[in-house]
Design a protein around this ligand. Structure first.
Ligand SMILES: Cc1cc2nc3c(=O)[nH]c(=O)nc-3n(C[C@H](O)[C@H](O)[C@H](O)COP(=O)(O)O)c2cc1C
Length: 174
């Protein structure tokens, strides 16, 4: 059985929910998960595949993502690897293409590691978990980008079929 390592950076749990949905497709692999926010160092050589997923907040990924890819760039380079981003702008189909997504571009500009595959998934808006100023900022972003500013209920934009396709392709790629 192959070994697959999944590393994640998530603030409100949508990235981990996406990984949970992918797990059904990871048949034939022993899956290990680790939180990038608390993971200091990891020996990647024992894994056949490494997947990293991270969400965007205020236009940026968490610093721990960059710390990890910088300190593990050589091992990541030889691993069969993939990276995916979770953000709000990806609720628009054209922004959900990695080549058109500003956060993927930002990541590739700052990262010494070139993942073999990249993906972009739309996240969720969990107004019930946000404080008043986070709600205000999110409503502002939604207004600027032409979305709904109704914050009376939580919203999920993730395309689960796309998530599963990405996971299937990743385990198939050699
Ligand atoms: C405070 C806050 C700031 C955010 N900033 C951005 C942003 O700048 N751009 C964007 O596309 N999405 C932004 N989002 C949307 C998140 O990426 C989305 O909610 C995602 O589902 C979060 O995933 P997570 O729960 O794994 O952290 C923001 C969300 C919050 C709560």
């Amino acid at each position: 059985m192959g070994k697959l390592l999944v590393l994640y950076s998530s603030r409100n749990g949508q990235t981990t929910k996406i990984i949970d949905a992918m797990r059904d497709e990871f048949t034939g692999y022993e899956v290990e998960m680790a939180d990038l926010h608390t993971l200091p160092k990891k020996n990647l050589s024992k894994y056949d595949k490494v997947l990293i997923g991270a969400s965007v907040r205020y236009g940026h990924f968490h610093d721990s993502l960059y710390t990890f890819v910088h300190t593990h760039s050589e091992q990541l380079e030889v691993a069969d690897s993939a990276f995916f981003c979770v953000c709000l702008t990806a609720r628009k189909p054209e922004k959900a293409e990695p080549k058109n997504n500003a956060y993927i571009k930002q990541f590739l500009a700052k990262s010494p590691w070139r993942p073999r595959t990249t993906g972009v998934f739309a996240g969720a808006l969990k107004y019930s978990e946000y404080n008043w100023w986070q709600t205000l900022i999110i409503r502002l972003i939604m207004k600027i980008t032409g979305g709904s500013t109704d914050s009376s209920r939580d919203l999920e934009f993730t395309d689960w079929d796309k998530v599963k396709d990405f996971a299937r392709q990743f385990v198939r790629q050699r």
